[in-house]
Design a protein around this ligand. Structure first.
Ligand SMILES: Cc1cc2nc3c(=O)[nH]c(=O)nc-3n(C[C@H](O)[C@H](O)[C@H](O)COP(=O)(O)O)c2cc1C
Length: 145
């Protein structure tokens, strides 16, 4: 776990905000100011945490991958056939992370809202192949126990 420095927090927050500015339609009455500010708040909670865990994944390979990849099936075909074990694994890992943090007396929050800027965030953090950024888990001391 690397503690957050001001400059990196600013850059990450900026990348997320810029992405939402890009993807949220400008002239759509359903996207009110209150929707816009909720989305922004929800996706930037990590900037207020004393520490953020960047959860990374590397491609999940089971025996069946080795067998079927010699046929016409791609890794993503096999993953789909098996009902996305890669995603299920990540959910389990993050769930355990939250439980462990809570057990140690911390508060933790799963953050996928910021992942709209996954590409930019990955560059800022320095994530390289074969790893990919899955989520942030913001960690801090809870105000209420
Ligand atoms: C897959 C997933 C992604 C989440 N992403 C965010 C997020 O981007 N920002 C946020 O503030 N909370 C996020 N949360 C946390 C939820 O907002 C909420 O705090 C958590 O699910 C517990 O709420 P509950 O007790 O009502 O279930 C996420 C939760 C899950 C399971």
């Amino acid at each position: 776990m690397r503690s957050q420095t001001g400059d990196l927090i600013e850059k990450r927050a900026h990348a997320v905000k810029a992405k939402y500015d890009e993807i949220l339609p400008k002239n759509d009455e359903r996207i009110t100011e209150s929707v816009r500010s909720s989305v922004e708040m929800f996706s930037s909670i990590f900037t207020k945490a004393p520490a953020v865990i960047a959860v990374l994944a590397e491609p999940y390979t089971a025996i069946i991958d080795k067998v079927l990849s010699q046929t016409s099936h791609s890794h993503s075909d096999i993953n789909k056939l098996r009902n996305y074990p890669d995603i299920q694994t990540m959910g389990a890992a993050i769930g355990n992370l939250l439980l462990a943090a809570t057990d140690l007396g911390y508060g933790a929050c799963w953050q996928t809202g910021a992942m709209v800027a996954k590409e930019e965030l990955s560059k800022l953090i320095g994530i390289k192949e074969p790893f990919s950024l899955i989520a942030f888990v913001a960690v801090g001391k809870p105000i209420v126990k």
